[in-house]
Design a protein. Structure first.
Length: 240
């Protein structure tokens, strides 16, 4: 596999050449970076022609990302907005001479309790540990449900912070990784990513078979994908 850059009408395109049959073009958040996975035999001019032929679609996707809401850097202080399962909560930050933690006070307010003099990183860790527990609890029941529906066996699901992917999988180990940020998204978004990765345990590529399997097991997956793509992005230095 090799990687190179070309310029097409003032836009930088990353080309990754792989041992694949067909060219795949993707536009990625937050700024609409363009990446082309190309068969080894295609030269730069062939890739350039493919990009030019899809420029209208590329510009449309980039415009969508430009409009997408992005959170500013969080400081984990009272008054900030934080998200959980697609709902927006106003944060109440409280010093607490006891175990740190997070709780939902009602449908609009979230309390984070932390040790006196805890700095920003410590406050962030308290919230992320809570998100991880909540997401893990959701995944336990979803795993059982979707193994039954798809007939796919998942040996392990792990959660971690990822800057470029909502999920990934190891086909040989039958292991799925989920992005911790999914704790902030509507339940439908978590279902979409989990099922997406489970289907990859059957079909590795995003080909017609993959699409057909998604349509069979989760007919509304495109709606869920669009919901995820339109939800607020965390403040991250996204790299690909």
């Amino acid at each position: 596999m090799s990687s190179s850059l070309i310029e097409v009408r003032g836009t930088t395109i990353e080309i990754v050449r792989k041992d694949i049959k067909n060219l795949h073009l993707g536009v990625y958040p937050p700024n609409g970076r363009i990446r082309v996975a190309a068969p080894l035999h295609l030269d730069d001019e062939a890739v350039r022609a493919a990009v030019v032929s899809r420029l209208a679609w590329i510009r449309k996707k980039q415009a969508e990302f430009e409009k997408q809401v992005r959170q500013s850097q969080r400081e984990f202080v009272s008054g900030e907005s934080h998200y959980y399962r697609g709902r927006r909560y106003r944060l109440q930050a409280s010093e607490f001479d006891g175990p740190p933690g997070v709780r939902l006070l009602n449908n609009t307010r979230m309390e984070i309790r932390f040790r006196p003099n805890a700095d920003q990183n410590e406050r962030e860790s308290v919230l992320h540990r809570w998100y991880r527990r909540q997401l893990r609890d959701q995944v336990v029941s979803l795993k059982t449900e979707w193994e039954r529906k798809t007939g796919v066996t998942v040996n392990e699901i792990r959660i971690k912070r990822m800057k470029t992917l909502w999920g990934s999988c190891n086909v040989e180990a039958k292991r799925i990784w989920l992005n911790l940020e999914l704790a902030k998204k509507p339940a439908s978004c978590l279902v979409y990513i989990l099922v997406h990765e489970m289907i990859h345990l059957i079909e590795r590529k995003h080909n017609d078979r993959f699409t057909a399997l998604m349509d069979e097991h989760l007919p509304q997956w495109r709606l869920y994908r669009d919901e995820l793509n339109s939800s607020p992005l965390a403040h991250e230095e996204w790299r690909y």
